[in-house]
Design a protein around this ligand. Structure first.
Ligand code: SF4
Ligand code: SF4
Length: 347
């Protein structure tokens, strides 16, 4: 028998959902949504589940990840129930359920806790810099090792188990039988969605936003590769140096547009920003900007007399790698890609 959580509506409201209980089940939103199909029909079904508090059904569903928040359903809803925002809130809620540490959920609910985590990271960076006598060479050297260790640790200790939990809730628990060979066959789709997020193109009037996301993902992943594996800050090869500059500039330019869009609230996706949305765009902007400045100061021989700049960059990096990537909005990128993969397996 389906388990009902009478507190679910209150809980999901804390994740930013609007007045979804105003829904009178007319179905206009589902008819409007260009991504909804007969096999995967939404958002009305998700609104019904949320109103009834059918938590297990929502946990077993991949549908919240199939929405790309164009906002069309919210515009057309005759009851201003804001189904698009509900889908966004369900993604936040699901993120907290997949996370085995429980920290995602706590940070989504408490701004104080998020700020405390950011301050703790800052204190950690200053303590580390003090332990090496604020020597620039040592700070840059250990900063580079930190990146490699953080990627491995966060990936294997937090993100991988969370992906397994996502699979458990959506495939294993609902007893979906999937032949092993299908897991292998669908991996191509996983990477295509991860790098291109091409499903977003199905949203009407979403082409420019898709393009921005696409080049941002490419620039972010290639800057990660350039700094971690090509050691950008120590590189002497002109191609690598220029490549890093281009990647960091692209990240900064695109994220400036994201931040300004959230400030202007000119798109459905940016109308109801939660702290986690702000942290994501602002820290991504700071990452691109500070990485660019550090490399520029290296090339102008100014970094030795401006060590504070590297410390700012390192602080942003540590906060990004240990807070936003494992427990913040960054995980949406990962879960959405895996949702496409798991949806393909279900199909
Ligand atoms: S359009 Fe609005 S009222 Fe109609 S089903 Fe969707 S959310 Fe409910
Ligand atoms: S926001 Fe757009 S993609 Fe998401 S459910 Fe509504 S119409 Fe569909």
């Amino acid at each position: 028998m389906a388990r009902v959580n009478p507190e679910f509506a209150t809980e999901i409201s804390k994740s930013g959902a609007g007045d979804f209980k105003a829904c009178f089940n007319c179905g206009t939103c589902t008819a409007t949504c260009s991504l909804s199909t007969t096999e995967n029909s939404f958002p009305r079904e998700m609104i019904r589940y949320s109103t009834l508090g059918l938590e297990d059904e929502i946990k077993a569903s991949l549908k919240p990840w199939l929405c790309y928040y164009c906002g069309e359903c919210s515009t057309q809803c005759p009851r201003q129930a804001n189904p698009g925002e509900l889908m966004m809130s369900l993604r936040r809620w699901l993120t907290s359920k997949y996370d085995w540490t429980g920290l995602s959920g706590l940070m989504y609910k408490s701004l104080t806790l998020s700020l405390a985590a950011f301050i703790l990271a800052l204190v950690g960076v200053i303590a580390f810099a003090g332990s090496v006598g604020f020597e620039l060479e040592k700070m840059v050297h250990f900063g580079h090792y930190f990146e490699m260790i953080a990627i491995g640790t966060v990936g294997f200790v937090i993100l991988l188990p969370n992906i397994i939990r996502m699979w458990w809730f959506t495939i294993h628990k609902p007893k979906t039988k999937v032949p092993f060979v299908n897991y292998l066959k669908a991996t191509g789709d996983l990477f295509v969605h991860m790098f291109t997020q091409k499903r977003a193109l199905g949203c009407d009037d979403n082409q420019f936003r898709w393009f921005e996301h696409f080049i941002l993902v490419l620039a972010y992943l290639s800057l990660l590769f350039t700094t971690v594996f090509l050691d950008w800050f120590a590189a002497t090869n002109l191609f690598i140096i220029v490549l890093g500059y281009i990647e960091s500039v692209i990240i900064a330019v695109v994220t400036v547009d994201f931040v300004s869009s959230r400030m202007k609230k000119d798109k459905a996706v940016s109308k109801n920003s939660q702290p986690s949305d702000w942290f994501f765009v602002i820290w991504l902007l700071l990452m691109g900007l500070t990485a660019f400045m550090v490399r520029l100061f290296i090339d102008l021989n100014l970094l030795e007399t401006n060590k504070w700049l590297y410390l700012v960059h390192l602080t942003v990096l540590v906060q990004w790698a240990l807070i936003i990537v494992p427990f913040g909005k960054w995980t949406h990128f990962l879960y959405r890609s895996f949702a496409m993969y798991l949806a393909k397996l279900k199909a």
